[in-house]
Design a protein. Structure first.
Length: 274
């Protein structure tokens, strides 16, 4: 059993780092400046992240995570095992969260935004080994409405394929500023921003995209956020759909800890042992 007391301080620091990066990206997304992102490295290329670099001011750059080629999922079975272990469960969000009636996505499917800006579950496309979404909610309390959350873990065959998923997220908010997510729910006013590794203090993932907007139901327009990050061939995402009384910043802060937890799990299961 892991020594949780020993790990807690590290998780807290990572949580603060991830939350700070989410907020920085969200603010950048409101600036109106187009996001700039480098292309993904040829895949698989775990050794590329070992290239020495220097941060502004002459300080050594933060070490970039390097996956162990022997531990990267290569088959659907290996990928499904990873998604099961990495995806968030209700307690990962907080003690007062419970699973939605539909707690998990259908096996061997992935969410796709179609040409009519509607989200659909489709069979896994070529280049995707596994994908899992989990759903939870927190009831309304202390004058605030209920909160609905989602985590998504997707394992690609290559880093280039995983990077394309983040590119798609940026493109989708421009192509479809309003998106239908169910019969009576949609998101709108979407803006997105990218923070590649080393940009605005983002040193925990190879790349990250934050999308913010509104979540529209019969109750009106409420804050919504979606964050997706890439660590090697794995993408991690969390979405938060707020009830009344929540601010966009609260959603960013809420997403920080769960996203950090998933990032730790990926690195623990694909990094070099010892």
């Amino acid at each position: 059993m892991p020594d949780t007391n020993h790990r807690a301080p590290h998780r807290s620091r990572l949580h603060r780092t991830v939350t700070g990066c989410l907020l920085a990206a969200a603010l950048a997304g409101c600036s109106g400046e187009p996001p700039q992102r480098p292309a993904a490295s040829p895949s698989p290329a775990p050794s590329a992240s070992r290239t020495p670099s220097t941060a502004p001011g002459g300080e050594p750059a933060a070490a970039r995570f390097t996956a162990d080629p022997e531990r990267i999922p290569r088959s659907p079975a290996q990928a499904e095992e990873l998604t099961d272990r990495v995806a968030l469960q209700p307690p990962d969000w907080g003690a007062d969260f419970t699973a939605e009636r539909k707690a998990r996505s259908a096996p061997r499917t992935v969410a796709v935004l179609d040409v009519d800006c509607r989200w659909q579950r489709r069979s896994l496309p070529p280049g995707v080994l596994a994908s899992l979404s989990t759903y939870a909610r927190r009831p309304g309390t202390d004058g605030k409405g209920p909160l609905r959350v989602t985590s998504v873990v997707t394992v690609h065959t290559t880093e280039v394929g995983a990077d394309q998923e983040l590119n798609d997220t940026l493109e989708q908010s421009m192509r479809c500023p309003e998106q239908q997510i169910s019969t009576d729910e949609r998101t709108g006013e979407l803006q997105s921003a990218a923070t590649p590794f080393g940009t605005r203090g983002q040193i925990w993932a190879d790349d990250q995209v934050v999308e913010q907007g509104t979540y529209v139901t019969s109750d009106g327009a409420l804050p919504y956020s979606w964050t997706i990050a890439r660590i090697g061939t794995v993408t991690l995402a969390v979405s938060t759909r707020a009830g009344r009384g929540y601010t966009p910043q609260e959603l960013m802060e809420l997403a920080g800890e769960p996203l950090a937890v998933m990032g730790e799990r990926v690195k623990a299961r694909t990094g070099r042992e010892g």
